[in-house]
Design a protein around this ligand. Structure first.
Ligand SMILES: Nc1ncnc2c1ncn2[C@@H]1O[C@H](COP(=O)(O)OP(=O)(O)OP(=O)(O)O)[C@@H](O)[C@H]1O
Ligand SMILES: [Mg+2]
Length: 375
């Protein structure tokens, strides 16, 4: 775990980082985002002591890094920067192995690690092992940079805009590779970018920095849905949530103030509820809000004796979903099963909302209209 405790960094022109405190959990990818000059690189460099705090402390696994030897500390951390920092006069192999060599790893073992890492980042060892950095494309260079950072099996990997200079396609590929690399190797990754899309794609947690302070530190989902202030909602972009539909959940779009009846409600009363609210189904709940069934208008209109309770005609066997289900899964589910609605339940039985195909379509079409820029 990395912990910043009241860290301030002052350069000649003034405070760049102002009293920040936050923690980075093991095996998470934390992305620092914010506009140019807000202090992202400075924050990152304080973790490997390329920059020292003016005041405050940084702990790694509860050890104050001010007390640690800088060289040893850095050796235990991978570091990838925009211009990879590969040594131009060394081959790819030598570049990846440089730290392993310093650590005294035997040549056979080194070569094994290097070829394995190259495969992981999608570079054919036979073809590239003996090339020089100058003979590689930008994307290939960054891949080697990533391979080198992970090769010595460090606990922590620091990445400062590693993919910023790449074309969008290569960039997207490298982002996906980083995610799969992380699933296999489970490092603590601190990643700097000014691109919110990149942050949302790769982060477990995003730390938004504004004027040297932490404006919000949370999961991508929470930042998109509940931006802490106007600055963040502007930075994040109001429509971005729609670019990430997998983050939209049933609870974000379900209807909440539902019209319901109880098992002993008469068919006449229920018919009136339907007419008044212009709805074609009513959920039936007991005194503890547990769903007992649903009454369909199509069933109700066939009944001649309207004094009977809804219990006598309600459908007891119907699909339900939970509030955390994603929008896309719900949409698939509704389309596949040709449903007009699905009650949303909590703890297996308690009714908390309703998704109807109509409200789902309305939500989706609103998004479509918004995206086209038509209000
Ligand atoms: N060694 C230094 N001496 C003086 N000022 C510095 C030094 N390093 C950084 N700064 C200043 O500190 C501020 C934050 O710089 P930093 O590099 O951390 O920003 P950043 O968020 O990484 O920006 P970018 O997105 O442009 O990389 C800037 O105003 C920068 O000019
Ligand atoms: Mg920077």
């Amino acid at each position: 775990m990395i912990r910043f405790e009241n860290v301030t960094k002052t350069f000649k022109q003034g405070d760049v980082i102002r009293d920040i405190s936050f923690e980075i959990q093991d095996e998470e990818i934390v992305v620092l985002v914010g506009p140019s000059g807000c202090g992202k690189t400075t924050t990152l460099k304080m973790i490997n002591k390329l920059v020292c705090p003016t005041s405050g402390k940084i702990f790694i696994d509860n050890k104050d890094i001010a007390q640690c030897d800088s060289v040893k500390l850095r050796r235990g951390m991978g570091y990838v920067i925009q211009k990879t920092g590969l040594f131009p006069h060394m081959t790819v192999k030598e570049n990846i192995e440089v730290i392993l060599q310093i650590e005294g790893m035997k040549p056979d073992k080194r070569e094994h690690v290097t070829t394995e890492m190259m495969r992981i980042v999608g570079m054919d060892p036979d073809q590239y092992l003996y090339r020089y950095p100058g003979q590689l494309s930008g994307g290939q260079l960054q891949r080697i940079g990533v391979a080198r950072a992970f090769a010595s099996d460090p606990k922590i990997v620091l990445m400062d805009e590693p993919f910023s200079a790449l074309d969008p396609i290569t960039r997207a590929q490298l982002q996906s590779e980083l995610i799969s690399l992380q699933t296999r190797l489970k490092k603590t990754v601190v990643f700097v970018t000014h691109d919110m899309d990149e942050a949302v794609k790769i982060a477990d947690r995003i730390c938004i920095i504004q004027n040297g302070r932490i404006a919000q530190y949370d999961t991508p989902e929470n930042i998109l849905k509940y931006p802490a202030n106007d600055y963040i909602s502007d930075f994040v972009g109001k429509k971005r949530i729609w670019n990430t539909p997998q983050l939209i959940r049933v609870k974000d779009i379900m209807l909440k103030n539902l019209v319901v009846c109880t098992p002993d409600t008469s068919l006449a009363e229920c018919a009136e509820l339907m007419a008044k609210n212009r709805i074609s189904m009513v959920p039936v709940t007991d005194s503890e809000n547990r769903v007992q069934g649903i009454v369909l208008q199509s069933d109700l209109i066939k009944q001649s004796d309207r004094n009977r309770p809804v219990e006598s005609i309600m459908v007891k066997d119907f699909p339900v979903i939970t509030a955390d289900e994603s929008l896309l899964e719900t949409l698939n589910y509704i389309l596949k099963n040709k449903l007009d609605f699905v009650p949303v339940v909590e703890d297996g039985k308690h009714l908390i909302g309703l998704i109807t195909s109509r409200n789902l379509m309305a939500v989706l079409s609103r998004q479509f209209v918004d995206r086209e820029g038509v209000k």
